[in-house]
Design a protein. Structure first.
Length: 171
């Protein structure tokens, strides 16, 4: 491939189905909140989605008669999307990792380690998510390396922003 072909290939959508997602996330139904990855720019951003259906367990009690996806679960879906960004980048694109990530990995192998929420900042909920919606999720790295990794998350339905947050994870 030429350099131009390499660049074009780098930005084409990358599809990962639920089976690939479950290889890299420890979550399982009913708490697995990402159905498919539709685009990945390694070490930069990832786009995924969750199909929201009336069959999701949380609708049984939130709220009967007016089902709304709990905001904290929208936030969790954004966090899982962030972890997929890290895991897909780490597992399949380490050759493209920034130098600080390569150095960190040389000091302490990150493979197989679980990252945990450390903080959420600038969280905003803008629109309810209801059965029948496709919750589109985006995660982008702000800072990585060391013990804390910072990511921005956005959630939309039909182009309308439903939630956003800055999230920090630690290993």
């Amino acid at each position: 491939m030429t350099d131009t072909q390499d660049k074009v290939q780098e930005f084409l959508p990358t599809l990962y189905d639920i089976n690939e997602i479950m290889k890299l996330l420890p979550h399982r139904p009913p708490f697995l909140l990402v159905d498919r990855v539709v685009a990945l720019e390694p070490w930069k951003s990832l786009v995924a989605y969750k199909n929201v259906t009336i069959n999701d367990d949380f609708f049984l009690g939130h709220f009967p008669g007016t089902p709304v996806m709990p905001g904290v679960l929208v936030l969790e879906a954004m966090a899982q999307t962030s972890m997929l960004l890290l895991n897909f980048s780490y597992q399949y694109h380490m050759d493209q990792a920034p130098d600080e990530v390569k150095e960190l990995n040389n000091e302490q192998d990150l493979s197989g380690r679980i990252a945990y929420f450390a903080s959420c900042d600038k969280v905003k909920f803008r629109r309810p998510v209801v059965p029948g919606d496709r919750l589109d999720l985006q995660a982008s790295f702000v800072r990585f390396g060391g013990r804390l990794w910072k990511v921005t998350g956005k959630a939309t339905v039909e182009g309308q922003r439903t939630a956003e947050a800055e999230m920090t994870a630690t290993f």
